[in-house]
Design a protein around this ligand. Structure first.
Ligand code: SAH
Ligand code: SF4
Ligand code: F3S
Length: 475
């Protein structure tokens, strides 16, 4: 057993991060372990977790497991979890309860928990106390050791907890089974050193570690050769890319080099306003294949709250950056994240947030009620805003934000915009769906032959969260 430790997770060691190109090993005894068995991975949380699941699936297939069509059919269920808010945590424990019932009629089925919740000392304590019937718990730093961890649990038939609290090295040879044939996630960095006071990510993902540029470029080139049209560069704080490498190389340099590979669409998430450089803005403006879409989390519009959050910018400096971006990239869509009900947030603070939302008229926003996370500084602050007030603020904010989303979409009516057609629409199999360059969801009428292509689409109708359009042939 290797248990997570909150104190260790908070530490930032000086230990040099080593890039390892052969640390994922699948020895002879592991290759056949999954033969005749099916796996199912359920993913919660952000794109980082979705991409980790793509690695987990490939590792399981290296062990001869095959993917099950549903959880009910699986011999191995893994929950790849998220710890960002209380409700993510509750959903997972709800699911574990459901799986327990399934296991009663299927006792040989194996069940595991991984991802960010596995990195939490308090969660693993709870599992050891109440859920000892689980088979494996592993963290975000040792996904590449899954074959060994799983084998140990199979052999001992006991719960095997294997979670490292100090981040590991960068493992470059982990396989990946991509969910999508046309768009791909590419990690450019792991971890986060920003330590915003409300956020658990710096503890669940460890210190910031940037991948070396040439590994990223190689991966993108391979994706182009495999027919991929779109790449999203992933990191919790991508603008800080390279700061931990001992070479003079920034996110602007990386963005430019990746743009030069010729990938048709290049995106990146998430940008912290603090590290957004003018060089980056110039690169986004210069290269047509860098998509005009920027996610720029605000969190709060109150300087007092921003300071308590440890966000390192003010309302004024945020607005200055926002306007600089809009000036350089007038066609771009900008979206954001906002937290309401942070400890001590007054009505005046909340009004400041609304004011920034009005000034920015975001294309869309993800809005959240503050959720105290064990081990973070904000969890120790006096949470003196009542739930009723928090909910009222969330509603008011959502009404405002949704109005702007709709307005932003209305501006597309009658226009012809490029859409990467991904497949059939979820709600209507007769229709296709895809995203514009500005990341707007469009349900499209047109021939299935266009799936996988970027085509001109005329927008015929808009709603708050989606649009409808038709492919313009011979445009
Ligand atoms: N790295 C990204 C954010 C990742 S988490 C960034 O810095 O912008 C995604 C969003 O979840 C955050 O932007 C924040 O709005 C929200 N969030 C994070 N911790 C939270 C908490 N404790 N309570 C409520 N929302 C939270
Ligand atoms: Fe969390 Fe802040 Fe890091 Fe984003 S930048 S992951 S909000 S600590
Ligand atoms: Fe959740 Fe972990 Fe992502 S906490 S938001 S899955 S980094």
């Amino acid at each position: 057993m290797q248990l997570p430790n909150l104190k260790e997770a908070k530490v930032r060691t000086q230990k040099e991060v080593v890039t390892k190109t052969n640390d994922y090993i699948i020895t002879h005894d592991l290759v056949e372990l999954g033969r005749g068995r099916q796996y199912y991975v359920k993913t919660y949380g952000c794109q980082m977790n979705e991409h980790d699941t793509e690695n987990i699936k490939a590792i399981l297939e290296d062990m001869s497991f095959t993917e099950a069509g549903s959880m009910e059919e699986a011999d191995l269920i893994l929950l790849n979890t998220c710890a960002i808010r209380e409700n993510a945590h509750n959903k997972v424990f709800g699911m574990i309860g459901r799986i327990k019932h399934m296991k009663e009629t299927k006792p040989e089925m194996m069940v595991g928990l991984c991802g960010c919740m596995a990195q939490e000392e308090s969660v693993v304590d709870e599992i050891l106390e109440k859920y000892r019937w689980l088979d494996v718990v592993f963290g975000t730093h040792n996904i590449h050791q899954l074959p060994r961890i799983l084998k140990e649990a199979m052999v001992t038939k006991k719960l095997n907890v294997d979670v490292l609290s100090i981040e590991g090295d960068i493992i470059e040879n982990v396989p990946v089974k991509r969910d999508h044939p046309y768009k791909a996630w590419v990690n450019i960095m792991y971890g986060c050193d920003k330590f915003c006071t409300y956020c658990i990510v710096p503890y669940t993902r460890g210190k910031q570690r940037s991948r070396k540029p040439h590994f990223i470029i190689e991966e993108v080139k391979e994706l182009i050769n495999a027919g991929y049209k779109e790449v999203t560069l992933l990191g919790q704080n991508v603008n800080a890319y390279g700061k931990d490498l001992k070479i003079d190389y920034t996110m602007a340099n990386l963005l430019e080099e990746v743009a030069k590979t010729g990938i048709e669409r290049l995106r990146f998430v998430t940008s912290h306003p603090w590290d957004f450089s003018d060089d980056m803005i110039r690169v986004i403006a210069r290269y047509d294949n860098v998509m005009p879409y920027i996610h720029l989390p605000l969190q709060s519009g109150s300087n007092r709250i921003l300071k308590l959050m440890g966000r390192r910018y003010t309302k004024e400096s945020y607005l200055e950056l926002f306007h600089k971006l809009k000036q350089a990239l007038p066609y771009s869509a900008i979206t954001t994240d906002i937290i309401v009900g942070f400890p001590g947030e007054t009505e005046a603070d909340f009004q400041d947030t609304l004011e920034v939302v009005k000034a920015c008229a975001y294309d869309s926003a993800f809005t959240f009620i503050f959720s105290p996370r064990i081990g973070t500084p904000a969890a120790k602050m006096l949470d003196d805003v009542s739930l009723e007030v928090k909910q009222k603020r969330l509603h008011e904010l959502n009404d405002l934000v949704n109005g702007y989303s709709r307005k932003a979409n209305e501006a597309y009516l009658g226009k012809i915009v490029p859409v990467l057609i991904e497949g059939s629409s979820e709600n209507n199999a007769e229709m296709l769906m895809g995203y514009t360059d500005t990341m707007k969801l469009v349900n499209v009428t047109g021939s299935k032959q266009f799936i996988g292509q970027i085509v001109p689409v005329k927008i015929t109708d808009v709603k708050t969260w989606s649009m409808t359009g038709e492919i313009v042939e011979n445009a």
